[in-house]
Write a protein that binds this ligand. Structure first.
Ligand SMILES: O=C(O)CCC(=O)C(=O)O
Ligand SMILES: [Fe+2]
Length: 322
């Protein structure tokens, strides 16, 4: 049974509709924008109740980006939460992993004793996490410890684009024409683009790293496992070409799709607070980390990537969608 969540649904009605006990109720408050909801009434560090798991999966499909405010998480708890949704990825670049917890990556511009403690430029252009991987990503969990601020305003926001909406608003002709086509994605595209930026810390990928993540193809339209609706699955960060089109036509079509998918009406910015756990759907969204803060405005985020190895399984969906 689908529990649509809305700020207007009273606790009691929501509880009854979902058939869950009083203390298991959590509140999902949509931003009212194209993406995003705040999840209240849950301590992410505590064991995850089955009912909460189901509500979170559904809300993730519906809202794309979930914010769990005021959390207190250590690496094991961040990992334990994320692991409910799929296997955890250890990034192929193997840079800035938390000691003892290689599944946790550190994103930061902080330098301690002359050494950067994290990747300072992670995700600073439009992309979809791990579209370059044979098994794609399902979700990403980012936990904010330090948020840069200027004049009291938070900087370093993370912006998202809604690929359910982008697909829905493609013309019928384009939907039909592209249906069944596939896109080639390459990890090295984004890596090299970032590497070319002035002052980049990134070394060229080694042959071994490139061999571990060779370019892969995925359908240009995916059926989202949670919503059952189609999404546009192509992104400027990793998409190289549409395999079924001649090169020049593919280039033109990708440019058109990138422009389409990043229109302001599909976009939503998350502005961070310390203690936010942000959990987003990587199948139905793109994102871009805003690089609008300086080296003396510290940002520190811990990140845990969830793969889409379980979300397509009937047993997983049964547990989440009933
Ligand atoms: O730091 C951010 O806001 C997002 C970075 C990013 O793209 C990621 O963690 O996948
Ligand atoms: Fe990312």
């Amino acid at each position: 049974m689908w529990c649509r969540t809305s700020p207007n649904i009273a606790y009691d009605a929501l509880r009854k509709a979902c058939g869950i006990k009083e203390k298991a109720v959590l509140q999902i408050i949509p931003t009212g924008e194209t993406l995003g909801a705040t999840v209240e009434g849950i301590d992410v560090a505590a064991p995850l109740a089955r009912e909460h798991f189901a509500l979170i999966v559904r809300a993730l499909g519906e809202h794309g980006v979930l914010r769990f405010p005021r959390q207190q998480l250590e690496a094991p708890q961040l990992k334990a939460f994320a692991a409910h949704f799929g296997s955890l990825e250890i990034n192929v670049a193997a840079a800035f992993q938390e000691a003892e917890h290689p599944e946790i990556m550190i994103l930061s511009n902080i330098v301690e004793n002359g050494r950067p403690i994290g990747a300072r430029d992670a995700g600073q252009d439009w992309h979809t996490d791990m579209s370059y991987s044979e098994t794609i990503a399902f979700a990403n969990a980012l936990y904010a410890l330090k948020v840069p601020r200027r004049d009291g305003r938070p900087l370093g926001g993370t912006e998202f684009a809604n690929m359910h909406a982008a697909y829905a608003e493609l013309s019928a002709e384009l939907k039909q024409r592209l249906d069944g086509m596939t896109v080639l994605h390459d990890f090295n595209k984004f890596w090299e683009m970032m590497r070319q930026r002035p002052g980049s810390w990134r070394p060229a990928l080694t042959e071994e790293q490139r061999n571990r993540k060779p370019p892969v193809s995925h359908p240009i339209f995916l059926t989202h496992p949670i919503t059952g609706r189609k999404v546009l699955y192509a992104n400027p960060g990793y998409a190289m070409r549409i395999n079924e089109l001649p090169q020049a036509e593919s280039d033109k079509m990708l440019d058109l799709l990138f422009e389409h998918q990043l229109q302001p009406r599909f976009r939503y910015v998350h502005r961070w607070s310390e203690g936010d756990l942000l959990f987003w759907d990587d199948i139905g969204t793109l994102h871009n980390a805003h690089a609008d803060y300086g080296p003396d405005e510290p940002r520190l985020i811990k990140r845990c990537q969830v793969m889409a190895d379980r979300v397509f399984e009937p047993a997983f969906l049964q547990g989440a969608l009933g």
